[in-house]
Design a protein around this ligand. Structure first.
Ligand SMILES: [Zn+2]
Length: 189
């Protein structure tokens, strides 16, 4: 094994504890001078990489697991198929830079879904949290029609975003809410 290979298989934690690496890590600490040297594991299942788009990472800003041999030293436009809708999408070098340097996502992470499916998933998580918060406020026992209507709207959004039937628990809540709203509005009229 040549020297370069030996260095690349050394884990960051080991190099750090031996004193070879110091915080904050620098680009030069790692054997990845060219974008083409980026190990493929940073882009699993990638269909195409456009090396002309490569942006050098500010390694000092990255979060790195101790068991990695290097952080993500380069950001490169990468094309994948979405794991959900199957559509091809580009994870751009610029977006990667934001993920890892601004949001400090672990530098070995990579997307499994296209931006649209990721947006939907985020919205769904938010809607579920919103409904669970609404439920805490004794939603089904409440006498406020507006609160119930809002909760029902959230449930409808959840169903739309998840593109599948609601769980049984949520279906039951929806049925109860619908009945209650019907009763309350018929009483009002
Ligand atoms: Zn998708």
């Amino acid at each position: 094994m040549n020297k370069k290979k030996t260095n690349q298989t050394k884990e960051i934690g080991e190099r750090y504890y031996s004193g070879e690496l110091k915080f904050p890590f620098q680009f030069e600490d790692f054997n990845c001078r060219e974008p083409t040297e980026m190990p493929r594991r940073f882009f699993p299942n990638v269909k195409k990489l456009d090396y002309r788009s490569a942006i050098k990472a500010d390694v000092s800003k990255l979060r790195v697991s101790a068991w990695q041999d290097m952080p993500r030293c380069w950001y490169i436009d990468a094309w994948f198929d979405c794991g959900k809708c199957g559509k091809e999408y580009c994870w751009t070098a610029k977006v990667q830079q934001v993920w890892f340097e601004r949001f400090h996502i672990m530098s070995e992470a990579f997307p499994k879904l296209c931006p649209e499916c990721r947006r939907k998933k985020r919205k769904l998580t938010l809607a579920l949290a919103k409904f669970s918060e609404a439920s805490k406020n004794a939603l089904l026992r409440s006498t406020d029609l507006e609160t119930k209507k809002q909760a029902l709207a959230i449930l409808e959004e959840i169903e739309k975003l998840s593109e599948t039937d609601l769980t049984r628990r949520l279906q039951e809540k929806r049925e109860i809410l619908t009945r209650q709203i019907e009763r309350m509005t018929s009483f009002e009229n």
